[in-house]
Design a protein around this ligand. Structure first.
Ligand SMILES: N[C@@H](CCC(=O)N[C@@H](CS)C(=O)NCC(=O)O)C(=O)O
Length: 216
C-alpha cells in the first residue's frame, strides 16, 4: 500500500486517520505542496487534479479523493467500521463529511489561495481572512447540526468514530492553520477533543508528520 502525502495536507490527514483506525500501514511518498511538486507532469499523470492524497493498494488499485478512499478502505477492511449500517445513518455521515470535503476545504487549498494572491492581488492577511471565513462558516453549520440532531452522541454519529469525525477533525486542524479556533463551537470541540484523545487519530495529525514545524 502506498499513499502520496505531505505533512500539511488536510485531505491526506483524513486518509492517514482511516488507515490508522484500520491498523493498516502505507508507504508514504512525499509530494511537497509548498514547492509545487503536485504540478510536476509525473504526478499530474497519476492524478490529473494535481492534488493529494493518492492511494495505491497492493493490487495496484489507484484512487484519489479522500472520501472515496476512506469508503474503499472501510469496504475492503471492514473492521472497525467507519460507517453506520443503516441507509439513513450512512447518508447522514456522508453529509457531515461533505460539509468539510465538498463545502469548506476546497475553498482553502493551496491552488485557490495562490490564485487569490496572484490574480486578485490578495495579501497574506486577506488570504488568511478568506480561509477563516469559509472554515468558520463550516464550523457554524457543524455546531448547529451536531447540537440539534438526536443522532449525535459521543461522536458525530452515535458512540463510535465514523468518517464524519475524521472530516471534522481535519476541519478543526485547518481552522488552526489559518489562525482560528474551535473554542466558540462547544459541540464541535467536545467531539474533536474526544477524537484526538485516540492515539490512532492523534498520531496522524499534520504536526506529527515528518517535515512538520513544531507548531503553526
Ligand atoms: N477533495 C480532495 C481535495 C484534494 C486537495 O485539494 N488536496 C490538497 C491538499 S489537502 C492539494 O493537494 N492541493 C494542491 C493544490 O491546491 O495545488 C480530497 O478530499 O481528497
Amino acid at each position: 500500500m502506498k499513499i502520496f502525502t505531505y505533512w500539511r495536507s488536510l485531505a491526506t490527514f483524513r486518509v492517514r486517520m482511516a488507515l490508522n483506525l484500520k491498523n493498516l500501514k502505507a508507504e508514504e511518498i512525499e509530494v511537497d505542496l509548498s514547492a509545487g511538486h503536485q504540478m510536476k507532469p509525473e504526478f499530474a499523470a497519476i492524478n490529473p487534479m494535481k492534488a493529494i492524497p493518492v492511494f495505491i493498494d497492493d493490487d495496484g488499485t489507484t484512487l484519489h479523493q479522500s472520501l472515496p478512499i476512506m469508503e474503499y478502505l472501510d469496504e475492503r477492511y471492514p473492521d472497525p467500521a467507519l460507517m453506520p449500517r443503516d441507509p439513513a445513518g450512512r447518508a447522514r455521515v456522508r453529509a457531515l463529511a461533505q460539509m468539510t470535503v465538498a463545502d469548506s476545504h476546497p475553498l482553502v487549498v493551496p491552488r485557490v489561495r495562490a490564485d487569490l494572491a496572484s490574480r486578485f492581488g490578495a495579501t497574506p492577511e486577506q488570504v488568511t481572512r478568506w480561509a477563516q471565513t469559509w472554515l468558520i462558516a463550516g464550523l457554524d453549520a457543524y455546531e448547529t447540526t451536531l447540537k440539534r440532531d438526536k443522532e449525535t452522541g459521543d461522536f458525530c454519529h452515535g458512540n463510535a468514530i465514523t468518517i464524519a469525525d475524521i472530516c471534522l477533525v481535519s476541519h478543526a486542524a485547518g481552522t488552526r492553520f489559518f489562525e482560528g479556533t474551535i473554542d466558540g463551537h462547544p459541540t464541535v470541540k467536545r467531539i474533536v477533543e474526544r477524537c484526538l484523545a485516540d492515539e490512532r487519530i492523534a498520531r496522524a495529525h499534520p504536526l506529527r508528520q515528518p517535515g512538520a514545524p513544531k507548531s503553526v
